[in-house]
Design a protein around this ligand. Structure first.
Ligand code: PPE
Length: 304
């Protein structure tokens, strides 16, 4: 169970957590066309700061644009509402979930003039895959479900309905005792995790899936930059499941998952079976930046 906070921003006003309800005939609830974000706020040495807020707001608007949903606020208003949501809930570190959805009005697939509604919630959310996962790595399995074909779902959009695919994949691997699923694209190349991008390290080169059939992860972008700054060569290239098996290191990135090492895939040990040196160096670099220990990326932090 999640830990409730006090208030949720809904369509311009704060309502009590327990009263943040919608009509059961809300269009998005039935058909899944909605856009959302996942953002983290970290407590650091100079107070709390939201990580890469402008990039998350941009992506929310891009997702809505792809979905042909017109957000009835501008970026400045949404940005201010997100900061305000963290403040009114007096949260030092939290996960923030903005959601843009099609409200109650007409039913049927054509949403017509149904109102577009916006909600922003924030709550305390610790390590997504567990503290142990961050330290020692997870056991993953390649899913029997295929990630979206680019002309089935437009994966540049973080669109609610797309996550049906992720939930099915996640349930399948959890039922079999694994921590996370890795999905292949329709051609059989590695795409992404259910809620993470995938990286491999082989012979000193960091490789990650190109942005053709995956979500354009903001953590992915941050980790690529941190790696390049440390002189680690980065290639955005397709790779296969067996290339993961023989990689020296594998890790996944996401706002929720942060930078989580992968120690086993499809019952094959990855590298030494524990988080490798490049993975751990990048994980430390990431946490140092988000908490302000490393002041070199102040521009990524929005003070609350
Ligand atoms: N791929 C997918 C499919 C995905 O959902 C996420 C984020 C990423 C990659 C990484 O993107 P970014 O967060 O910008 O680095 N998944 C969000 C939802 C997780 C959830 O369970 O809800 C997240 O991490 O917030």
């Amino acid at each position: 169970m999640m830990q409730p906070s006090e208030k949720i921003w809904m369509d311009g006003t704060f309502v009590n957590w327990a009263d943040a309800n919608v009509h059961v005939l809300t269009h998005s609830l039935h058909y899944g066309l909605a856009a959302f974000e996942g953002i983290r706020c970290y407590q650091g040495k100079n107070g709390s700061a939201i990580f890469r807020l402008p990039e998350h707001v941009d992506r929310l608007f891009e997702s809505a644009h792809i979905a042909m949903i017109r957000i009835p606020y501008d970026k400045k208003q949404v940005t201010e509402a997100i900061v305000e949501t963290v403040r009114v809930n007096k949260l030092e570190a939290c996960y923030i979930r903005p959601l843009v959805y099609i409200g109650y009005g007409a039913m049927g697939l054509y949403p017509g003039e149904n109102p577009i509604r916006v909600a922003i919630a924030a709550w305390r959310w610790g390590a997504y895959l567990g503290e142990e996962a961050l330290a020692s790595g997870i056991r993953a399995r390649v899913s029997s479900f295929t990630r979206h074909h680019v002309n089935v779902s437009m994966t540049r959009g973080k669109i609610s309905g797309y996550y049906v695919n992720s939930i099915l994949a996640k349930r399948e691997v959890k039922a079999d005792g694994y921590d996370e699923a890795i999905m292949l694209d329709p051609e059989g190349y590695v795409a992404e995790g259910t809620g993470e991008n995938v990286f491999i390290v082989r012979r000193g080169v960091l490789k990650t899936t190109p942005l053709t059939s995956i979500l354009e992860g903001i953590t992915r972008n941050s980790v690529i930059q941190l790696a390049r700054e440390r002189g680690i060569p980065v290639a955005e290239e397709r790779f296969t499941r067996d290339e993961m098996y023989v990689a020296d290191e594998v890790f996944v990135t996401g706002t929720a998952a942060e930078l989580t090492p992968v120690r086993e895939i499809d019952n094959r040990r990855i590298g030494a079976g524990k988080p490798g040196p490049i993975t751990m160096a990048l994980q430390k670099a990431f946490f140092d930046v988000v908490t302000g220990e490393d002041p070199s990326h102040q521009a990524w932090l929005t003070r609350v």
